[in-house]
Design a protein around this ligand. Structure first.
Ligand code: GLC
Length: 736
């Protein structure tokens, strides 16, 4: 369309869509509501027949661009109305060039980098013919047993909202019509991360107030950022599976948020409605999903089989079909598919190009969180080291370091830690590699004695531990989140050899490290760092960059503490460090009492091993002079909160300065701390910067007991610091 005003464009779009729908028969309309899986398929006669009959609105899982173009050509040139297809693919954290898993990207707290990563991923995916992806995943994750914590942005709604919006912008670019822009999909709507016991697909029970104040926040941010589509969760939410949940899909998404894009089911999740026990048969499932507001069915075929019959029986209004088809056509129009349905791969950057690799390396650097550095063992100096022992099953695993949900990742592009360390230290330093275990789950300790003996001859031991990529991600949950296999024994064995132990952990989730943390002298948590993970780890180990990652999720001391998260409610008997009773300190025949007891575990207390927002640096950041520009703020005003941050260390480094508040009294109870701002600053040694946050009273809103958004007068506490346990505190009053 030529350059026209927005209103003109909308009018033209609406006219175009309305005129096209008017020409469609019911079967063609329903065809648009069907996404079919074509993984591994050629362009069979059967597929050609379906395409030319207009029975398909989208395909998923085909990334051979020539074949994609062939399939598109049949849909466009051999069907009656020539409506182009949406080409869907999961591009969760990269395509050929792989970025850190999203939980790792979240640890960077770097919106610009998350956006840049989504951008390079979109460009690579578009080169394969993809024009729609199923990301960002915005499920709040407070349970590290759940495998999909790997794909999440962690436990905090504010951080997940910021990063989810950034990822939407990265995928969709300035305009969906731009070459290389692909439609985003905010998923899984909603509350999927609250699956009982951290088992994927399990039931979720979330009170509406918690749903609104926590789980829905990132989705609202993504919709506000213009996410083109939303995907329903597999989960049963409070007795009504999300894929049939009109409260979510109509009241929240459409009526309250004004979402104009379209809703796609998750894989077979319409068919699952019968399995949930919500419907008696597939026709009932199609009816429930369509009426609730699912515009497109992914993979299962209940829409194809039953929607026409339901309309003819008068059970489903054709207007519901028309609305769904209109939303789908609008996206195809917005993507420019009616003018340019085909992909010219050469018009897009090559896979694994320099820019992509540089973004992957910087993102990996900033995603790594230093959790321990006893006696500032790190950074290492290649000039003083004579020999390094590199030990463990994940030191040289080019595929495993890519992480979960990598259908198209090219492990040939991977640089492993072993490769990067060898290159970094050069031939003068001896680097001896000992795999020690076949996999992370190996329980065979036969090699440990010899490895400890040999490693003991080196100046330092670098251990690469954790989980392979398949141990997290969809459907891969763990009840025990310790290091798998005999890794803890390996750590102890090597510690006994008497040399400093540096551990780099690659995993798709927080692990319980309590049983090894004392034996480890320095610890970098690298998540699954992607293609350039080895280079990034080496950059940090040798001090070319300082670690700057901050945890986007709490690390429990013990899995029995789960769910454990920083923005919890106070309860009526909150625990405190000075009132803990330890299980070993209780006398025999102890009198039964609860007096003086509070909300803690006798064997693990109440604190995590590492809190949300925590991460060490090679620098030494000191916070001082926290102040608010006024002690009282009126509704509608902005409060300016500032603090001085000094780098009292000896190297330049990035620090993510975090702002937390606490609303002391609310008409529903409020969290003991809430992240309300963060700022990444880079300080030279000796440099001091005043960091300022402007907090508008709108930022203090929450959903009250009537489920309406409210801002209440009252007292607030404020903290600024380098983690959710920041101690620098002040306060202000919000007055009517
Ligand atoms: C999967 C996932 C969803 C993904 C979809 C398509 O089952 O739940 O996140 O986008 O199917 O692969």
């Amino acid at each position: 369309m030529e350059n026209t005003s927005a209103l003109q464009l909308v009018r033209e779009t609406d006219d175009f869509v309305a005129s096209l729908i008017a020409q469609m028969d019911l079967a063609e309309k329903i065809g648009q509501m069907c996404q079919i899986d074509v993984a591994g398929e050629a362009l069979s006669e059967e597929l050609k027949a379906r395409l030319s009959a207009g029975e398909v609105g989208s395909i998923i899982n085909q990334v051979d661009v020539e074949l994609v173009n062939e399939i598109q050509r049949v849909a466009v040139e051999e069907s009656r109305l020539g409506i182009p297809l949406l080409i869907g693919r999961d591009v969760i954290h990269g395509f050929k060039t792989v970025l850190p898993i999203p939980i790792g990207q979240a640890a960077s707290w770097n919106r610009d980098l998350v956006e840049a990563g989504a951008r390079i991923s979109a460009l690579e995916a578009a080169r394969a013919g993809v024009n729609w992806t199923f990301a960002p995943m915005l499920d709040i994750a407070r349970d590290p047993r759940w495998g999909r914590v790997a794909e999440s942005f962690g436990e905090d709604p504010f951080l997940a909202s910021m990063l989810g919006a950034a990822m939407v912008s990265g995928f969709q670019g300035q305009s969906l019509r731009d070459n290389g822009s692909i439609a985003a999909c905010a998923k899984h709507f909603a509350g999927y991360g609250a699956a009982e016991s951290g088992r994927d697909y399990a039931t979720t029970n979330i009170p509406e107030n918690e749903l609104r104040n926590v789980y829905l926040q990132p989705f609202h941010a993504a919709v506000t950022a213009g996410a083109a589509t939303v995907m329903t969760s597999f989960g049963d939410l409070n007795g009504i599976p999300c894929t049939a949940n009109g409260f979510l899909l109509r009241q929240i998404l459409r009526e309250e948020w004004g979402f104009s894009g379209f809703v796609v089911s998750d894989w077979d999740s319409v068919f699952h409605l019968k399995v949930h026990g919500l419907t008696a048969d597939d026709a009932g499932s199609a009816l429930e999903a369509a009426q609730a507001g699912v515009d497109m069915e992914m993979a299962s075929t209940t829409y194809k089989q039953y929607l026409a019959q339901l309309v003819e029986q008068g059970k489903l209004s054709e207007s519901v079909i028309d609305q769904a088809v209109a939303r789908i056509l609008r996206l195809k129009l917005a993507l420019g598919l009616f003018e340019n349905p085909y992909t010219e791969p050469e018009a897009l950057p090559a896979y694994g190009n320099r820019q992509a690799l540089d973004v992957a390396r910087q993102t990996a650097r900033e995603s790594i969180v230093m959790l321990k550095n006893a006696e500032t063992l790190l950074p290492l100096s290649a000039n003083t080291l004579r020999s390094i022992a590199v030990v463990g099953p994940l030191a040289d695993a080019p595929y495993e370091q890519l992480g979960t949900w990598i259908f198209d990742g090219d492990s040939a592009l991977s640089v492993t830690p072993l490769e990067a360390i060898r290159r970094r230290v050069g031939p003068e330093v001896e680097v001896n590699f000992f795999q020690a275990m076949a996999t992370s789950r190996d329980r065979n300790t036969d090699a440990f004695e010899a490895v400890a003996e040999a490693a003991g001859q080196s100046d330092v031991v670098l251990m690469f531990l954790g989980e392979e990529s398949i141990l997290s991600g969809e459907a891969h949950c763990r009840a025990d989140i310790n290091l798998p296999g005999a890794q803890a024994e390996l750590v102890r064995k090597l510690k006994a050899a008497g040399k400093p132990i540096i551990a780099v952990i690659l995993a798709g989730r927080p692990l319980t490290l309590t049983n090894v943390i004392d034996e480890i002298d320095a610890l970098l948590f690298a998540w699954h760092p992607g293609t350039m993970g080895g280079e990034a780890i080496s950059d940090l180990l040798f001090g070319d960059f300082s670690p700057s990652g901050k945890l986007p999720v709490s690390f429990p001391r013990h899995v029995g503490q789960v769910p454990i998260y920083y923005n919890h409610k106070n309860s009526g008997k909150p625990p405190s460090d000075d009132a803990i009773v330890h299980i070993d300190d209780i006398d025999a025949n102890a009198t039964q009492t609860s007096l003086g007891m509070t909300a803690f575990h006798l064997d693990e207390g109440f604190r995590p091993l590492f809190p949300f927002g925590f991460g060490l640096s090679y620098a030494d950041f000191v916070y001082a002079n926290l102040s608010c520009d006024k002690q009282q703020v009126r509704l509608g005003e902005t409060l300016r909160i500032s603090a001085e941050v000094s780098n009292q260390g000896s190297c330049k480094a990035i620090e993510t300065v975090q702002l937390y508040i606490r609303d002391l009294v609310g008409n529903v109870t409020r969290p003991v701390r809430e992240l309300k701002g963060f700022r990444r600053i880079e300080l030279e040694p000796g440099q001091t910067e005043t960091v300022t946050f402007d907090l508008h009273t709108d930022d203090l809103a929450f959903f009250g007991r009537d489920q309406q958004r409210v801002i209440e007068a009252g007292e607030f506490r404020v903290w600024i610091g380098g983690s959710s346990e920041a101690e620098l505190e002040t306060g202000f009053s919000l007055i009517d």
